[in-house]
Design a protein around this ligand. Structure first.
Ligand code: DGL
Length: 280
């Protein structure tokens, strides 16, 4: 896949091999937060494809293309592992790209589905339209527990609301209730964040989802899986982590401003243009 690279894609690389984490935008920060908590010695290269967010209403072919472009670039940056901190890519591209790269690549769906199947019997999944249509969670949860009941709801408005920093607006609470009430009507005992952006909504969801409903955040489980894999491969870091490198395809200032509310320090953000990016 290296032939799609062009020389302007070089961001100065350092001695330490980083873990590459990517998403369409700020959703992957929920995975990054877990890396800080569970793998404090690891250094991260974070990529947000903000010029092309949201991914969730795009076709499988587009998502596959974007995922390959990101992975090509990450390979060039010499990451030691890639985490798809994006359910949409994990659902639609992971199986295909896994064998195309000489790099461990982890997705969020399998670890999240297994965690959900361990915790619940009546499971609601909220996700992007593309993830819901793929039925990736449905199949993975049923495989882990064939008796689990699963209901999925596509929430196309959530990612634009989060990316536009509209969490505090009454409309966000209103639309969240609209999406989730059908799941509450089914008496779910577990709610899976099937999109990495959605844990950012937790303070809003807590306002009306009964406390008996357990929230599953697959970010926790994918990072636990990454820790195991790093150990197994003998590539875990024992030195101090470098500060996270943040790269986006859209406006770096806008990303920095939005992201800062979920990060311990103000991020320094650079911009790149992937080779075949056509913003639409
Ligand atoms: N955060 C991503 C996911 O987990 C992508 C959301 C989007 O861009 O629509 O699906």
């Amino acid at each position: 896949m290296q032939d799609r690279l062009t020389p302007n894609q070089h961001i100065q690389s350092d001695e330490v091999a980083r873990i590459g984490v990517f998403d369409s935008g700020v959703g992957g920060l929920t995975v990054l937060q877990e890396i800080y908590r569970q793998l404090p010695h690891e250094s991260v290269l974070y990529f947000g494809d903000t010029a092309r967010v949201p991914y969730g209403n795009r076709s499988a072919a587009e998502i596959l293309k974007f995922t390959r472009e990101t992975l090509d670039w990450m390979v060039q940056q010499r990451v030691k592992m890639a985490i798809m901190a994006c359910n949409t890519s994990s659902a639609l591209a992971l199986e295909t790209v896994r064998d195309e790269y000489d790099l461990p690549i982890l997705g969020v769906i399998l670890p999240g589905a297994r965690a959900a199947a361990r915790q619940g019997r009546r499971i609601g999944v909220i996700a992007t339209p593309a993830t819901v249509n793929s039925n990736a969670y449905l199949h993975a949860i049923r495989e882990a527990n064939p008796t689990a009941q699963v209901w999925q709801v596509a929430c196309p408005e959530f990612v634009p609301l989060i990316e536009n920093n509209r969490l505090e607006e009454p409309y966000t609470l209103e639309i969240a209730k609209e999406y989730i009430q059908p799941l509450l009507d089914r008496s779910i005992d577990t709610l899976v964040y099937g999109c990495t952006h959605y844990p950012h909504l937790e303070p809003i969801l807590r306002k009306f989802v009964p406390s008996t409903v357990k929230f599953v955040n697959p970010a926790i489980d994918v990072v636990a899986a990454a820790a195991k894999e790093l150990n197994l491969l003998g590539i875990q870091s024992h030195s101090n982590a470098l500060s996270t490198k943040f790269i986006v395809s859209g406006d770096p200032q806008q990303f920095a401003q939005l992201a800062t509310q979920w990060l311990p320090t103000q991020p320094l953000v650079e911009q790149i243009t992937l080779p075949t990016v056509t913003v639409s």
